[in-house]
Write a protein that binds this ligand. Structure first.
Ligand code: SF4
Length: 223
């Protein structure tokens, strides 16, 4: 599959979903209550690990109520208090540690975190894996890192674009080598993939309603 095909998939999704729910223009949904605003992306990227976004929204609301909206406050508040506040995000002990770890990292960062932090630096923080790091880099730092999540893998493996055994890095390189390094495009594409995976290319896909049913390689017997 060449560049035009991946761009064509993007354009087809754009037509199918003119405004993906909750992701205006592909941007990360922000309440605007965190300081700086970008911190909400960092916090959300940690909270959303292994849990659906609805739970994350509830937890973000709780954090705002408790004034845990600045890196310094998150880092300084008692561990048990943070755990209790984020309890409905699941794995709350682990995630509280991760939030403390990344806010500590932001506060100690020698330069301007959002414009200077590198991918390897993020990956060196305990609990920050490639998907979380790339979400932070794309949505909080506005840098062209394509985010590979479970929805991306599911849709594009079925479609025939991905080898199901490919590593995160391999999948990311495949996308990045077939697309221009364009931040708004990456953001919008990711939002459209999530929308399509939630609406049609679900765990049990509804292929009869899919805009890709002609070209998708998913075996017809399974449709
Ligand atoms: S045709 Fe079916 S499997 Fe293929 S992308 Fe569409 S919903 Fe997913």
């Amino acid at each position: 599959m060449g560049t035009p095909s991946l761009i064509k998939i993007f354009q087809t999704l754009e037509k199918a979903y003119p405004s993906p729910r909750g992701w205006p223009h592909g941007e990360w949904p922000l309440s605007g209550e965190f300081r700086p605003r970008r911190l909400e992306v960092v916090v959300g990227a940690v909270l959303t690990q292994n849990v659906n976004w609805k739970n994350v929204e509830k937890v973000l609301t709780r954090m705002i109520e408790e004034q845990l909206v600045e890196a310094d406050r998150i880092k300084r508040c008692p561990q048990a208090f943070l755990e209790n506040t984020i309890r409905s995000a699941g794995f709350y002990r682990q995630k509280a540690k991760r939030l403390k770890g990344i806010t500590q990292f932001i506060l100690a960062y020698p330069g301007e975190f959002y414009s200077e932090v590198g991918r390897e630096e993020l990956l060196s923080i305990p609990g920050i894996g490639p998907e979380t790091a790339d979400s932070i880099l794309l949505y909080a730092c506005d840098r062209p890192h394509f985010v590979v999540d479970a929805y991306t893998r599911r849709l594009f493996t079925r479609y025939g674009f991905l080898n199901p055994k490919a590593s995160y890095q391999e999948v990311q390189q495949l996308f990045e080598s077939h697309l221009p390094a364009d931040v708004p495009l990456y953001k919008r594409f990711h939002a459209l993939i999530v929308e399509h995976a939630k609406q049609v290319c679900r765990k049990t896909p509804i292929c009869k309603d899919c805009v890709f049913q002609e070209e998708c390689e998913y075996r017809p017997a399974e449709r």
